[in-house]
Each structure stands twice: as C-alpha cells, then as structure tokens.
Design a protein around this ligand. Structure first.
Ligand code: ZN
Length: 262
C-alpha cells in the first residue's frame, strides 16, 4: 500500500467518524420521539377528542359534560400556581359522590401531558407537506414534514404539575382515579365524580353544604358586568329621571294637602 493511499484512508476514516458522531445523536432523538409518541398514544388520542369536543361541544358525552370542568390554566379561585405547580382546592365533600366526608383533607400530586403541540406541529407539517408535494410534484414532502413536525412537537412537549387538595368518604377512599385531569393547550379539563362536586367547586365552597341546600353556581365564563349606571357621572343627571317617578310622587303631595285642610 502506498503512502498516499494510507493517508487518504486515515482521512476518510476520520471524516466518517466525525459524521457518525453528528448523525448518532440525531438518530437517537428521532428514535426517542417515536418511542414517546408510541408510549403516549392514549393521551394523544384523548387530546384529539378534547380538541374536537372543544370545537363541537354537542359531540361530547352528556354524562361527561355534567361532571366536567374546562378552564384556562390561570390563577383563579380554587386554582393557583405556586412555584410552577398548580394547586387545585376542591370542595369540602367527597370528590367522588359529593356526600359529606368527615375525614382529613388529602393532598395528591398529579402530572398531565399537554398534547396540543405534539398533535398540532405534525398536523401543520402535513398541511405544508401537501402544498409542497403539489408544488414540486413529489410525495416525499408528505412523509418528511409531518415527521419533522413530530420531532419539533416532541422538543416542545410540556407537562403540567398539579397538587390536588380534596376529600374522600370512607366508601370511596380507594377511588384514586377521580378526579381525572387532562390539559390541552394550557386549558385544564377536570372530571369530578358527580355534577354536585362540580357545582360546589364553581361556587368555591370550602365548607360542606347539604346537597338539598345547594344554590346554582355562577357562570364560569361570565365576566362581571356592572349592574348599575353611575348617574352622578352623566353629563345631565336630571335627564336620567324616569317620567313615571313624578306620578309616584302624587300620593305624597295628596297627604301634604290633606294635612293643610284643617
Ligand atoms: Zn364518596
């Protein structure tokens, strides 16, 4: 073997090693993406269903709607973020059946994967891929871009952490599945045991109220609208007097005239 050929071979080996060092982590990342999608198939499928029922609530199952809450992940009564963990304060009753639960408060940590970007980035990749496939007359784009989108979605994946404060009656002490939690696009979906528990949460009840004495909850999404108009602030306050008011004053003037008669 000539000296030139040996030098050429050692250079080629070095380049191949360098390339392999570059490709190996990328391959590992693609493999980790595929494993992650495979292992979280159930969360991703339920994420698709949550997205559909968000857009078309009529498709949701009535028994789920009755006990389900959907709200943005933002500080509000019963939900607050403490050092990156969402604290959920549930009402003072069994989270499963809504009856009185005399035992101590329980604290349960939970974690929920937000599948929104894991679904939407590959979907956007597919849409762009279809356009490019039509433009360049090559189906490669349809295969390539959704896969690239999946890798990007995996890189952007996000878990939300929760700490639930709740009660369980003796009968439901082992029903640890309820409440069910899911997150989609930074919105919390929480399914409680019954409609009564959901209503008590919306009323921010922190003390037990018997089921028969419960009041209807406030509207979850309603903004607080001012109920009165500040007349003093209007340009001409007298103009705001309603005509009927003058008729209402009549009996008073009759009384006064009556007093004057004797
Ligand atoms: Zn119970």
């Amino acid at each position: 073997m000539s000296k030139g050929l040996r030098e050429y071979l050692s250079l080629a080996t070095a380049v191949a090693k360098w390339l392999w060092g570059l490709v190996r982590p990328v391959g590992g990342y693609i493999r980790a993406t595929a494993v992650f999608y495979w292992q979280n198939g159930k969360t991703l499928r339920s994420g698709v269903w949550l997205w559909i029922t968000d857009k078309l609530p009529a498709l949701d199952r009535p028994e789920d709607i009755r006990r389900e809450l959907r709200m943005p992940l933002a500080d509000r009564e019963g939900l607050r973020n403490v050092d990156g963990v969402w604290h959920v304060d549930l009402p003072d009753r069994c989270v499963m059946c809504g009856n009185e639960a005399p035992g101590a408060w329980l604290e349960e940590p939970r974690s929920a994967l937000d599948p929104y970007l894991l679904l939407m980035v590959p979907f956007a990749g597919l849409a762009v891929g279809l356009v490019l496939a039509w433009w360049y007359s090559s189906w490669w784009w349809v295969g390539l871009l959704p896969c690239a989108g999946a890798v990007a979605g995996y890189a952007l994946r996000r878990n939300e952490l929760f700490l639930l404060r709740l009660k369980r009656c003796e009968r439901h002490a082992d029903h640890r599945r309820v409440p069910e939690l899911a997150v989609l696009n930074r919105r919390l979906v929480m399914r409680l045991g019954t409609r009564e528990v959901k209503l008590a949460f919306l009323r921010h009840e922190q003390e037990y109220v018997a089921l028969g004495e419960m009041l209807p909850p406030p509207e979850l999404t309603a903004e607080s609208v001012p109920q009165t108009i500040a007349l003093a602030d209007s340009v001409a306050p007298d103009a705001a007097i309603i005509a009927d008011r003058t008729e209402l004053r009549l009996p008073a003037s009759d009384e006064r005239s009556g007093d004057e008669i004797p």
